[in-house]
Design a protein around this ligand. Structure first.
Ligand SMILES: Cc1cc2nc3c(=O)[nH]c(=O)nc-3n(C[C@H](O)[C@H](O)[C@H](O)COP(=O)(O)O)c2cc1C
Length: 204
């Protein structure tokens, strides 16, 4: 259920490897009491299923996140929108969603955003963020990258997006996959201007 007093962010999950980055980011935003507008592409749903399991499906997300990351996630709220619904609130600049994250971001969706195609709600929402000069955080994952993929990242950065490849660091001494996901989620929250304790700050 939406709550207008809550800070509202859009989070899109597309079909690049790294579903754990998405679940950790969504859980961290919910635990901070945010309202989320969630969009899962068809391949985003498949990645959640294949990399995490059927328990991570969109219709059972709250229970999965609470079990995995703690009951604090219930401080937030979310609504799920179809990627085919180009009439959803996020498709309009008049809607008060303050920023959008695409995590993980496939090369296909990256290309669509880079070229302003707006063929789906994910692409249109990203386009709205860019035209309204609101934060758009893209978390692409692919390796190696082709020249068109590299150029698409540059196009997105030139248009104002924050391009944040899924490249967790190791200087904080990660011991688990969750530690690596925490690092990426922390970077995303920092880009949105949200305080977090997902990784210890570097002290030199
Ligand atoms: C198991 C699996 C892993 C994939 N990993 C990646 C990836 O890491 N990066 C990427 O750009 N595409 C990856 N793909 C391909 C995308 O899912 C595919 O291009 C899809 O059309 C993306 O559509 P979407 O952006 O609408 O989710 C993967 C596909 C599968 C099935």
């Amino acid at each position: 259920m939406s709550d207008e007093r809550k800070r509202t962010f859009a989070v899109a999950v597309t079909g690049a490897s790294g579903a754990i980055y998405a679940t950790r980011t969504i859980a961290a935003l919910l635990a901070r009491g945010c309202h989320l507008e969630l969009i899962f592409t068809d391949f985003g749903k498949r990645l959640l299923h294949d990399e995490i399991g059927p328990e991570a499906s969109a219709d059972r997300l709250f229970d999965f996140l609470a079990a995995r990351y703690g009951e604090a996630v219930r401080a937030g709220s979310y609504a799920v929108f179809s990627n085919r619904d180009l009439g959803a609130p996020l498709a309009s600049g008049s809607h008060g969603c303050e920023a959008m994250v695409v995590v993980p971001c496939s090369m296909k969706t990256l290309a669509g955003v880079a070229h302003g195609l707006s063929r789906s709600l994910v692409e249109r929402g990203a386009d709205v963020m860019l035209k309204e000069r609101r934060p758009l955080v893209l978390v692409p994952r692919e390796t190696p990258m082709s020249l068109p993929q590299l150029r698409n990242m540059v196009l997105c950065a030139e248009a104002g997006a924050i391009v944040m490849p899924a490249m967790p660091a190791f200087y904080q001494g990660p011991r688990s996959l969750d530690d690596l996901a925490d690092f990426m989620a922390g970077k995303i929250l920092a880009a949105l201007g949200l305080p977090h304790d997902l990784y210890p700050p570097w002290k030199g």
